[in-house]
Design a binder for this molecule. Structure first.
Ligand code: ACO
Length: 323
């Protein structure tokens, strides 16, 4: 049975690191508040002129290098982002060109902080259907470009970065019998659009706009919906919370992550946490967390990994896979 599995991970973080103290100098906030309410200590911001496609291309190269693959071995590129360089063409085609790839196909997915989950599920479906044998799945964002720097409730939360995985077809038999993506669960409910949105766009202001969020309401939805989607996907795979070796959640807020882990009955030692160093990098946060944990050698062949995320829309979902 054809299945898809992660062959390699890669990532890129912009050089500029901004500590919480940077905000203390500009806003009525404190390192103590930011750490205590979110777990965030620092984040990376892209340099002037550095775009989402630049970050994505670097993460993609890293993933290809680690897999020992060239662009000729890739059939498709999917980029999850809500901060594209331009309205069009897609960031994915810019990455394609940046990598020097002239065949295959490339497109973007936009599901905000759940974007990487949606992109991974798409890539999995394409591999299972035979449309592609190997897909570069990337999450990349420059949320620093859509911040209202006077709004302390949002601007302290986000960071820039990119993460990537090479997802490839495997025959799900023999030693691979249990490997790869085992189940996915995707959800959206557009009635929650006002909880988290960007107040600009082609059809409204004609500008990129700035992020607006009712953080405490999003928080409540996040805790409830994330545990539920993870359980739904596990159930589809015939598994339970007891089978999980690693939870790799969207990194928005350490309190949301620990509440979700608790609801799933998972100790924090089984949770990959990068929010302290990256902040919320939206669609990039899950592939960044996967890449950091992979670099640290934390995943062993056969480990059961659950990833989940929620973002604007609201849109949320999870992917269950065996490493
Ligand atoms: N520094 C100091 N005080 C602050 C700050 C700040 N940076 N930001 C807000 N406050 C104040 C508020 O003004 C409020 O003050 P008041 O009580 O005098 O009115 C108080 O802190 C409490 O505000 P809340 O918003 O209720 O604080 P909460 O504990 O909910 O934490 C936070 C806010 C961190 C935003 C949290 O709600 C959260 O993480 N929400 C979820 C974010 C998320 O997961 N987003 C989803 C993905 S993002 C995406 O899709 C793009």
């Amino acid at each position: 049975m054809l299945r898809s599995a992660i062959r390699s991970t890669g990532h890129y973080l912009p050089e500029r690191v901004v500590e919480n103290s940077w905000f203390e100098e500009r806003l009525e906030t404190s390192d103590e508040w930011i750490r205590g309410r979110t777990g965030i200590e620092r984040r990376h911001f892209a340099a002037e002129g550095q775009t989402t496609s630049d970050l994505a291309t670097r993460a993609a190269r890293d993933a290809l290098d680690r897999a020992g693959l060239g662009v000729d071995n890739i059939d498709a590129i999917i980029v999850a982002t809500s901060t594209p360089d331009l309205t069009f063409p897609s960031v994915a085609t810019m990455v394609q060109s940046g990598l020097g790839m002239t065949r295959g196909f490339a497109f973007d997915v936009q599901a905000v902080c759940a974007g990487f989950i949606f992109a991974l599920a798409n890539a999995d479906g394409m591999i299972r259907s035979g449309q592609a044998g190997r897909v570069l799945v990337i999450g990349a964002e420059t949320f620093s470009r859509i911040m209202d720097w006077t709004d302390r409730g949002t601007c302290v939360l986000f960071g820039d970065g990119a993460g990537a995985v090479v997802l490839e077809a495997i025959e799900g038999d023999g030693t691979n019998a249990d490997r790869g993506i085992l189940a996915t669960d995707l959800n959206s409910d557009g009635k929650y659009r006002d909880l988290l949105y960007v107040d600009g766009g082609v059809g409204t202001t004609g500008t990129a706009g700035q992020l607006r969020m009712q953080g405490n309401l999003v928080f409540r939805h996040a805790v409830e919906k994330l545990a539920k989607t993870a359980h739904t996907a596990l159930d589809r795979a015939g598994l339970t919370g007891n089978d999980v070796d690693w939870l790799v959640p969207h990194q928005a807020n350490e309190r949301i992550i620990s509440a979700t882990a608790q609801k799933m009955g998972l100790p924090m030692e089984k949770v990959v946490l990068t929010v302290a160093d990256h902040g919320n990098t939206s669609a990039a946060s899950i592939p960044l967390a996967l890449a950091v944990a992979d670099d640290q050698g934390r995943f062993k062949r056969g480990d059961l990994v659950v990833t989940e995320g929620i973002g604007g829309g609201l849109s949320w979902g999870s992917v269950v896979l065996r490493w």
